[in-house]
Design a protein. Structure first.
Length: 287
């Protein structure tokens, strides 16, 4: 009597209607940009979760690079940011082949005018002048417009009696502008010298990567120098230095942690604490 209950059927019948008219071999549709692979630990991170976590990997704490819009969104009080010198245009002083076309293409694609944005904002109620570099525009390289915008921002800070906060991320001086680019190191440094004489605070926040002429100038001139965890910070590349001095360098060489240990920076601050730390520092050093 029970034997028939356990009888194995030879074929499985599938009702076509249950497939909702979909093909069996059709691949699931996953929207682009929904998931992000962490370059450090290799784990797949849900983008919305990462955005809520300040673009920090939930598994290994890796800090992804931010655009200037993301940086301001995470840092500044809502609707407090006022941009300055938006319409300063990059020219091609050396008539470097293809430079003008490259700049034009990046402007159109990235919807930004240069590798730095400057202006005024408040951070947890504390007013300051802010400059944010962006690696998505020619790797944050420093050309004449970058130097001019940062210099003007510092000069405005002197007039307004406000502290200056600069977020650095750069591959160094922009080779397409040659000596014009290198001159920005002296120009910005001179402006910071005037800021210092006025007794106004300058905080520099080093992010990944900060290298070349930016490191050799205003990135290391802060009254207080902060850095994000595991950021690459240096002047020349590690391989170039090893070939020059004919020595093997430590694995963590040119990281935030190495620089903190050797006294080059004051503190490593995770991104989720930056807003609180900056507002406290600005409050403590009010003129």
């Amino acid at each position: 009597m029970l034997k028939g209950l356990f009888k194995k059927t030879k074929y499985i019948t599938v009702n076509p209607d249950s497939l909702n008219n979909h093909k069996l071999d059709k691949k699931p549709v996953i929207p682009d940009g929904m998931w992000v692979k962490c370059p450090k630990c290799g784990k797949i991170v849900y983008k919305d979760d990462m955005d809520k976590n300040y673009k920090i990997c939930n598994f290994c704490n890796h800090h992804f690079r931010l655009t200037f819009k993301e940086r301001i969104k995470y840092l500044a009080d809502k609707d407090s940011f006022i941009e300055w010198d938006k319409d300063i245009k990059t020219i091609n002083p050396l008539e470097f082949p293809g430079y003008y076309e490259k700049i034009t293409n990046i402007k159109t694609k990235k919807q930004m005018n240069e590798a730095v944005i400057t202006g005024k904002c408040s951070i947890a109620g504390e007013e300051c002048v802010i400059c944010v570099m962006d690696s998505s525009f020619m790797m944050g390289s420093m050309g004449s417009v970058v130097g001019e915008k940062v210099t003007r921002a510092i000069e405005n800070a002197i007039k307004l009696r406000l502290p200056v906060v600069i977020f650095t991320v750069s591959g160094g001086a922009r080779m397409q502008e040659g000596m014009y680019s290198l001159m920005q190191m002296a120009k910005v440094s001179a402006a910071l010298g005037r800021l210092d004489k006025e007794g106004l605070l300058y905080i520099c926040v080093l992010t990944d990567p900060t290298t070349g002429g930016v490191t050799a100038s205003f990135a290391m001139l802060g009254d207080i120098i902060l850095a994000e965890p595991k950021a690459l910070i240096g002047f020349a590349g590690k391989r170039v230095i090893e070939q020059t001095i004919n020595q093997k360098l430590p694995e963590d060489f040119q990281t935030s942690e190495f620089l903190l240990e050797h006294g080059f920076i004051d503190k490593i601050v995770p991104r989720y604490d930056l807003r609180k730390v900056l507002s406290k520092l600005i409050y403590m050093h009010k003129v």
